[in-house]
Design a protein around this ligand. Structure first.
Ligand SMILES: Nc1ncnc2c1ncn2[C@@H]1O[C@H](COP(=O)(O)OP(=O)(O)OP(=O)(O)O)[C@@H](O)[C@H]1O
Ligand SMILES: [Mg+2]
Length: 277
């Protein structure tokens, strides 16, 4: 079991797929233990490649990737992978079992775990995503949002210290998206997980500690989301719109209304405007 929060370090990492042009060129960044991070960038900028490098599914051409101060190499790769839970974009691609419980148990099956303990671990993971009542159901009959919750439970069942969600909400309806956001929020406050959210969705950024932005093989930004929202040109380069609250702030400022300098999310801005009236 991984009980200690995990940190990740990319140091001068370069990567290209066979016969392809370079995807990542000499990139370095750190992810602090127990933090929630977003990885953003245009389509094809290399976000999923970074996730696969973290999980050891791909190896860098040069540079090193460290998890908890240990470089990933061919010898420790299997052990390193036990630290990572991965959730992908398409919920249908992640269904393996005939029942929800079987699906969640899949990652535990070759670990020599007693059946009763395994059942408890599955149950615990399903409770975390609010899907424990569905354990005997056929996962194929679930909605997209429910399938994605089961995929998160399957990732959590192995007790990872790092959870990577690769565009996990991009195929979901707004209600399911909000439910997944709430699950992530709960994991942030009740666990020591280091979370990495790969996303195009600006709405996902309001709950992260740090954003890493990638463009043209380079890291072009690493810092608090509020800082990124103020970098209008950078956001434009990545085809991202600042959040609605930032746009309203700009409009109010152009009308001569003086606003606080710090970042305000939608709710804080609404409260601030109410005080004006
Ligand atoms: N298996 C592969 N073989 C060859 N090229 C690949 C492979 N997977 C990805 N690529 C290419 O590598 C680049 C980075 O891809 P990657 O999937 O990491 O980007 P991404 O930022 O996750 O994109 P998206 O937002 O569309 O998910 C792209 O140009 C892509 O076409
Ligand atoms: Mg991707």
């Amino acid at each position: 079991m991984n009980l200690v929060p995990s940190k990740i370090k990319f140091k001068n990492v370069s990567f290209k797929y066979e016969n392809q042009i370079s995807v990542l060129k000499d990139i370095s960044f750190k992810i602090k233990a127990g933090t929630t991070n977003a990885l953003v960038g245009k389509n094809g900028s290399g976000k999923s490649t970074i996730a696969k490098l973290m999980d050891g599914l791909l190896a860098p051409d040069s540079g090193t990737i460290e998890i908890d101060g240990e470089k990933i190499n061919t010898k420790n790769i299997a052990q390193m992978r036990t630290k990572i839970g991965l959730v992908f974009q398409n919920p249908n691609d992640q269904i393996i079992g005939a029942t929800v419980a079987e699906d969640v148990a899949f990652g535990l099956e070759n670990r020599n775990i007693d059946y009763k303990i395994m059942h408890e671990m599955v149950e615990k993971a399903l409770i975390k995503v609010g899907m424990n009542e569905f354990e005997n159901q056929d996962p194929n009959l679930l909605s997209g949002g429910q399938k994605q919750k089961v995929a998160i439970a399957a990732a959590l069942a192995i007790n990872p210290s790092i959870l990577i969600l690769d565009e996990a909400t991009s195929m979901l309806d707004p209600v399911s998206k909000q439910e997944i956001k709430n699950i992530i929020k709960k994991l942030q406050t009740t666990t020591d997980l280091t979370i990495i959210i790969i996303t195009h969705d600006i709405e996902m950024l309001d709950q992260v500690d740090n954003v890493i932005a990638i463009q043209e093989q380079q890291i072009i930004f690493s810092g608090e989301p509020q800082q990124l929202f103020l970098c209008t040109n950078l956001m434009k380069r990545m085809d991202m719109e600042p959040p609605f609250s930032e746009q309203v702030k700009k409009e109010l400022t152009s009308q001569g209304i003086k606003l606080p300098n710090q970042y305000l999310n939608d709710e804080e801005l609404a409260q601030w405007i109410t005080k004006l009236i």
